[in-house]
Write a protein of this length. Structure first.
Length: 329
């Protein structure tokens, strides 16, 4: 079966190096592999309180970042999730096929709801994986490039596909999470026991950070006891995280980096990591600025929504028919 690739990012907070490594870095190559659907998960962004003006600006930024990363509008459909109404329509159907027990076991829901007042947890936060499953099955996507934090949601989508197909026949396509070999979970620079996640200005490298700021953040990254540059996430979480970042930037594997940095002091190693990140992000940031200035993302988003809607509406019809919703045309 040909590859149908789908990937999305929520336009919440500032995009981080974690997002870059999980999705953006490989976007150009992803374009070459098959038919791609790359979206801005703006409906998902509403699951936690967000200022409307911030959401709008983040959505524009993300579109420009996708293009700056090398997304080819002739090969990929880039669109806003909210521009394709089939996502929300399918959600109304699929919410009946995932169960409350399953949703309440999702780590992201537990983590995110723990930070909110108990009487102010939106239903959308709880039901997030249902909409995410809809995002995936609407495009018959079989490959889903993600970071490790999303694997549990993809597993749930796979359960849904099995459940649905057992009941109605072979209607939905089975998706598979695709993780980067190195860099599937980039950790905070200020606390390598937590994920880098758009919320910590000290520990996160933001994609809009100036090179000098990026360098400062990496040079101040928390390291570990000892002095060897060795990959050992349990005993050396800080250094291991920096090794992962370096490997992801240079597209090399961990033993190669360990060999390269044999005998290096932490300070010199950090400098090499900062150089690698800046070398990669600086031209990317320049492209981003150009795209923001010429607004070329607008036409791409419109064209992408048209292409995505056509395919999503066909799948929606197929599903509506399967569950017994009367089709009048
Ligand atoms: P989000 O920012 O939650 O919308 O995530 C967008 C994509 O980036 C998903 O595929 C996540 O798994 C991935 N991602 C987010 N943070 C990290 C991180 N710290 N390390 C690796 N991947 C990440």
């Amino acid at each position: 079966m040909a590859e149908r690739i789908l990937t999305g990012i929520k336009p919440t907070g500032q995009l981080t190096l974690g997002n870059y490594i999980a999705v953006l870095k490989n976007l150009k190559k992803t374009n070459e592999r098959g038919e791609c659907f790359i979206f801005i998960a703006d409906l998902h962004a509403l699951t936690l309180p967000i200022d409307p003006a911030v959401l709008r600006q983040n959505s524009i930024d993300l579109a420009a970042f996708y293009l700056a990363a090398g997304l080819d509008p002739n090969k990929s459909a880039m669109f806003l999730q909210s521009s394709v109404s089939a996502h929300a329509e399918l959600n109304a159907i699929m919410q009946n096929y995932l169960y409350m027990g399953e949703l309440s076991r999702m780590t992201q829901f537990k983590d995110k709801s723990a930070k909110l007042k108990e009487n102010a947890i939106g239903l959308g936060l709880f039901a997030y994986p249902v909409l995410m499953a809809c995002d995936i099955v609407l495009y018959d996507a079989n490959i889903i490039p993600v970071g490790e934090d999303q694997v549990q949601h993809i597993e749930l989508t796979r359960d849904l596909v099995n459940r649905f197909n057992n009941r109605y026949g072979n209607i939905l396509t089975m998706p598979k999470a695709e993780l980067r070999k190195v860099g599937k979970r980039i950790m905070s620079l200020s606390d390598p026991s937590v994920k880098m996640s758009k919320s910590d200005p000290k520990g996160d490298v933001f994609l809009k950070d100036e090179p000098a700021v990026i360098r400062k953040k990496i040079m101040s990254a928390v390291t570990d006891m000892g002095c060897e540059v060795k990959y050992d996430p349990e005993n050396k979480p800080g250094i291991s995280n920096l090794i992962q970042i370096y490997c992801a930037m240079k597209d090399i594997e961990i033993p190669e980096a360990e060999k390269l940095f044999e005998g290096y002091r932490y300070g010199d190693f950090k400098k090499a990591v900062a150089d690698a990140v800046i070398e990669e992000l600086e031209p990317f940031q320049n492209r981003y600025k150009e795209i923001i200035a010429n607004k070329s993302y607008e036409a791409v988003l419109k064209q992408g929504a048209e292409k995505a809607s056509k395919i999503a509406n066909e799948t929606l019809k197929r599903i509506q028919k399967a569950v017994g919703l009367l089709q009048l045309d």
